[in-house]
Design a protein around this ligand. Structure first.
Ligand SMILES: [Zn+2]
Length: 94
């Protein structure tokens, strides 16, 4: 048996595996998901979304679950990768 030299494959932890199940997210969850890619903490996200930190945490937990991830960081990495597909700003060059 040969070990993959790619750490992602070895760990079975590719940030994007199979089809990304972003379609399962609600519009609000997509908004929170995108913001997660900024790396900001819950307090800043709560301010940005004009909701409580508690609600931010609830959204994030649901998003992580829907995407089949184990950690918030995995979800944040994925958010950056799919930013192009989700960003609604026509002038965005991110
Ligand atoms: Zn953008």
């Amino acid at each position: 048996m040969t070990m993959s030299t790619c750490a992602y494959r070895r760990l079975g932890a590719e940030p994007v595996h199979g089809s990304v199940r972003v379609d399962h997210l609600t519009d609000r969850e997509k908004e929170v998901f995108l913001l997660l890619g900024t790396g900001l903490g819950n307090r800043r996200l709560a301010n940005e979304l004009r909701i409580s930190e508690r609600t931010v945490k609830a959204h994030i937990a649901r998003i992580i679950e829907k995407l089949g991830h184990q950690t918030r960081l995995q979800t944040a990495v994925l958010a950056v990768l799919v930013h192009d597909a989700l960003c609604a700003d026509a002038d965005c060059t991110c």
